[in-house]
Design a protein around this ligand. Structure first.
Ligand code: CMX
Length: 438
């Protein structure tokens, strides 16, 4: 029996009715009014979608089903000697709203192992790709190459009723999550380790096995992988990758098509690719300054030089957050424990001291603080993963958990096709004119 599927079914059966009644009784309640500034400014802050798996407070940061990152680090059960929270437990929490027991986490871990076999044809597709194709593009293609496994698409073709959507979305989502580390590690070893692939180890949990397939079995690195996979998993629904998955899914595209689209959104430098950009920027700074132990004054000058060239400082700023990102702080805490002397890690910490006042002085940056991407690369590099253009793939493997858990809820709730209204510039002018005449 699939105990997670059963737990999910029990939860959404009650919740779906509750939501239906809530909407029916309040369909006319106005939530928000849209300003012209928001229409033109990337729709910031407009409340227009349901997203249950996590919620983002500008100052406090992310909460997964109500739990902050420090709370997750304390409360999520661990197995296999883990010292950091396990993504298997986070997925249970995001899908059901309940903290799992240790037995339930162990069950998910085994279930993902059982589902992790990738069709050899997918590896043939990946083998056909030149190594100069960005790893994120290869990752997206790898996900698309698995799409023929979609049970949702097959069942839809066979005439599945609406009441069954949740079930096959769940099956596709869990199969995908189970297989993503294999695909990602395959891309990593193909591109950077001369096609020397490492077979999965069925005795390891999801994150540790991912690290092992990339080529590192150090216990501290396994814990970093567990932490990394946990903190990147979800950031409510409005961010570009999450919203893309939700939008594509609303057309009843399956989980593979939806996730691949989300991965393409994550591949942009203003979103997930920032973790690559941060490390490229630091590497250039080290070369430019001729030292890997630059002083804060040297870093200050380099930041000013970056800005004077009309570039952004990667890893800083956020569309919602207005304080240091707790995902950054969790990684800093990890680094303080395991690699406090690492030169790159120290650069990251000094950049954290130097950048916020400089960005604040610009007078236009709404959030001068670091986001998740400011720290992750330095930790990976410490453990020998020094191929910067692979970092966003790791982000993508983790992000799949949140967006797919929510996609299961989208289909369980029976959410409709997403189709907001756009305006032409002429129509906008007309609305503004009318408002001025009132
Ligand atoms: N360096 C320099 N300028 C920055 C900046 C930064 N880190 N962050 C914001 N600004 C600038 C913006 O470019 C904008 O300038 P213009 O008015 O000249 O166009 C101005 O400050 C106002 O922007 P904002 O309202 O503060 O920020 P936005 O909500 O528009 O954008 C973000 C948010 C993340 C795209 C932006 O802060 C940025 O580009 N940061 C660097 C890239 C990055 O780290 N992205 C990762 C985000 C986390 C993730 O998704 O993974």
């Amino acid at each position: 029996m699939d105990i997670l599927k059963e737990a999910f079914k029990l939860k959404f059966a009650a919740k779906t009715e509750e939501l239906k009644d809530l909407i029916k009784a309040n369909f006319n309640v106005v939530i928000d009014k849209v300003k012209v500034e928001q229409l033109h400014g990337g729709m910031r802050g407009i409340k227009l979608m349901l997203w249950d798996t996590s919620s983002l407070d500008p100052v406090e940061g992310i909460r997964f089903r109500g739990y902050s990152i420090p709370e997750l680090r304390e409360k999520l059960p661990r197995i296999n000697g883990a010292r950091e929270p396990m993504p298997e437990g986070l997925f249970w929490l995001m899908l059901t709203g309940d903290l799992p027991t240790e037995e339930q986490v162990a069950w998910v871990s085994r279930d993902w192992q059982d589902r992790s076999t990738v069709n050899p044809s997918v590896f043939r597709v990946l083998d056909s790709l030149e190594n100069n194709i960005h790893p994120m593009t290869q990752f997206s293609i790898g996900i698309m190459a698995m799409q023929s496994d979609s049970l949702f698409a097959r069942k839809y073709d066979e005439g599945m009723p609406k009441s069954k959507y949740w079930e096959y979305m769940y099956e596709d989502s869990v199969n995908l999550i189970a297989r993503l580390p294999r695909i990602a590690a395959y891309i990593y070893r193909k591109n950077f380790h001369n096609n020397q692939h490492i077979a999965p180890d069925p005795n390891l949990d999801w994150s540790a096995n991912f690290g092992h397939m990339m080529g590192n079995r150090q216990p501290d690195f396994m814990d970093l992988m567990r932490l990394y996979m946990t903190i990147h998993a979800d950031h409510e629904g409005g961010n570009a990758s999450a919203h893309t998955v939700h939008l594509i899914g609303s057309t009843l595209s399956d989980a593979y098509l939806s996730l691949s689209g989300g991965i393409n959104a994550l591949a942009g430098p203003l979103h997930g690719l920032a973790n690559q950009e941060v490390m490229d920027w630091i590497a250039e700074m080290v070369v430019d300054l001729g030292t890997n132990r630059p002083t804060r004054e040297q870093i200050q000058d380099y930041v000013k030089k970056t800005l004077s060239e009309g570039k952004i400082v990667p890893g800083y700023g956020h569309a919602v957050l207005r304080a240091p990102d707790p995902r950054f702080l969790a990684q800093k805490e990890f680094a303080q424990k395991y690699c406090a002397d690492d030169a790159l890690v120290n650069i990251v910490w000094n950049v954290f001291e130097v950048v916020p006042p400089i960005l604040e002085d610009l007078g236009k940056v709404k959030n001068p603080w670091p986001n998740v991407d400011a720290h992750s690369g330095a930790l990976l590099e410490h453990y020998g993963i020094n191929e910067h253009n692979f970092y966003t793939v790791l982000f993508g493997v983790s992000r799949a958990m949140g967006v797919l858990a929510q996609l299961c809820w989208d289909r369980a709730y029976g959410l409709p096709l997403e189709r907001p209204k756009s305006l032409t510039t002429e129509e906008l002018k007309e609305i503004i004119l009318q408002a001025a005449n009132v």
